[in-house]
Structure formats: C-alpha cells, structure tokens
Design a protein around this ligand. Structure first.
Ligand code: NDP
Length: 259
C-alpha cells in the first residue's frame, strides 16, 4: 500500500481495534504520510496506553490528539491542535472510524440507546468532517497532494458496515438484530452521499467503507478477519479510490455493497 499519497491523515477512535491498526499500518508503511493525527477521547486513561506506546515509537510522525467525537468543544480543540501542526499544509485524509454499538432488538432498544448510538455514529462524523473541512479544502487546493489518478486531492472515509445495507437486511438481520447500530450506519451512508455531492466541487471524495467482520471489542472473538487483514485491505481500497467511488459503499476488498 502506497501510504505516501496522503500528506496527512486523521483517524478518529484510534486507541484500539480497527482505528489503532489503521494508525499502525499507516505509520509503518514504506512511504508513510508526513503526519498522522490519532484521535482518542481519553489518551491518558488506561485505554490510551497502546496508542501512546505506538506514538512513542514514531515520535515525529504520530500526534495523539484528544478527541471525543460527540463533544463539540473537544472537536474544536482537536481542530486547533491539528491546525497548528499542519501550518500551511492541508489534511488529505480523514477516517471517521469511531463508533458505538449498543445491541438491542425492538423490545430491548429504547430512546436512549437509539439516540446515543446515533449521536456517536452519525452526528460525530458530521461534526468532525465539518470542523476539519477547511484543512481538507486546503489540501485539495495544493498541487499534487493526492494520487493524480484519483482526480481528487483529499478524501473522507466513513467507516460503515454491511449491517447498514437496507437491501441486505433480509439476509443479515437474524444474525444481528441491532436496531440502534443498523439504523445509525444507514444514516451514516446518507451522510456520505450528501457530503459526496456537496464536496464534489472541492475535489474531496467521500466514501463509506465496510471493514469486514473483524476481531475487535465490537466485532467479538468469533469474527472472521484480524484487524491486520481488514486494515491492509481498507488501506489498499482507500489508496485506489477515484471520483467514481465517491458516494458509494465499498467493502475492505473494494467490492460495492448495495444500499
Ligand atoms: P471498537 O469498539 O473495538 O473500537 C471503537 C473505537 O471508537 C474505540 O477506539 C473507541 O474509543 C472509539 N470511540 C467510541 N466512541 C467515541 C467517541 N465518542 N469519541 C471518540 N472515540 C470514540 O470498534 P472497531 O474497531 O471494531 O470498529 C471500528 C469501526 O468499524 C466502527 O465504525 C465500526 O462500526 C466499524 N465496523 C466494525 C466491524 C467489526 O466487525 N469490528 C464490522 C463493521 C463495521 P474508547 O476506547 O474511548 O471507547
């Protein structure tokens, strides 16, 4: 994977699971980005340790940024920190990875579960994208900052799920009833489509990406992919995106998933 096509990358929810592996593979790729911003809501807590250890190994590359994607003040402060490190440069890749799953079928899920999951999985990515957009627009305006073949110079990746697919629900529902999670990720797909349309003129791609069923806290031990396998596929897909992929839902192997 040629990570060098990204000048700078921000990954949300990067202290564990897929987010941590994204930061690790980006940092350890043969041509890494010039800056990696690793968002984490509690870097100094016990859950932040693995990320801080990784950042310690890549001192000039990884900046751990306190970022709670559901807290507008935290998003603003993170943007200030990232902006000061970027200087005149732009942000070429934003990966909205942070998410929450509160499992619940029709009987179990109530207002709190629906709202909490929606805020984390939909409102968070929207607010983060909005706040960091000026840096992405700046990246898009810089010459040659994204792979020439993509026809775009910056990208927002919304980490979605196969469970978001309305068309696939008939097949996937019995295995994972999860009302709050499914509906939130379906809404994230719509956010992806809206932003893809709006940001087309800025040359910013916006794509929803399903990482596969991955062994993380969220995916559980029965999952079929390791974070290493999932993330190497995701980064391969991200590095080969073109404008025709903007406003679509792809899986970690680059195959389209029906809405
Ligand atoms: P995990 O539950 O293992 O990790 C979730 C990450 O999101 C953690 O770093 C968590 O931080 C962070 N997070 C949650 N809420 C917030 C918040 N408000 N602000 C900042 N960070 C937050 O999930 P995965 O790594 O498995 O999932 C990553 C992405 O992949 C998600 O978008 C998920 O929906 C998607 N996905 C995963 C699948 C799987 O099989 N694993 C399948 C399909 C999609 P903290 O430690 O502080 O809680």
């Amino acid at each position: 994977m040629d990570a060098g096509i990204y000048n700078s990358v921000l990954v949300t929810g990067s202290n564990r699971g897929i987010g941590l592996e994204l930061v690790r593979q980006l940092a350890e790729s043969p041509i890494p980005p010039s800056q990696i911003f690793a968002g984490c809501r509690d870097p100094d807590g016990p859950r932040g340790k693995a990320l801080k250890d990784l950042a310690q190994k890549h001192l000039n590359l990884i900046t751990v940024v306190p970022l709670d994607t559901t807290d507008p003040a935290s998003i603003k402060e993170a943007s200030r920190v990232v902006g000061s490190k970027l200087g005149d440069g732009g942000l070429s890749l934003l990966i909205n990875n942070a998410a929450l799953n509160i499992p619940g079928n029709l009987q179990e899920a109530g207002m709190k579960e629906m709202v909490d999951v929606y805020i984390t999985n939909v409102v968070g990515p929207m607010l983060v994208s909005k706040e960091f957009l000026p840096y992405m627009q700046r990246s898009s305006a810089l010459p040659g900052s994204w792979a020439a073949k993509s026809g775009s110079k910056a990208a927002i990746i919304n980490v979605s799920s196969l469970l978001s697919s309305i068309e696939m629900c008939r097949v996937t529902f019995s295995e994972a009833c999860m009302y709050p999670y499914r509906t939130s990720k379906a809404a994230l797909n719509m956010l992806t489509c809206c932003m893809a349309e709006e940001l087309k003129t800025d040359g910013i791609l916006v794509t929803a990406l399903h990482p596969g069923w991955v062994k993380t806290e969220m995916g559980g031990p029965q999952a079929v992919l390791t974070p290493i396998e999932s993330v190497s596929g995701m980064l391969r897909v991200i590095s080969s995106l073109t404008s025709k992929d903007s406003g679509t839902l792809l899986n970690w192997e680059g195959n389209g998933i029906p809405w």
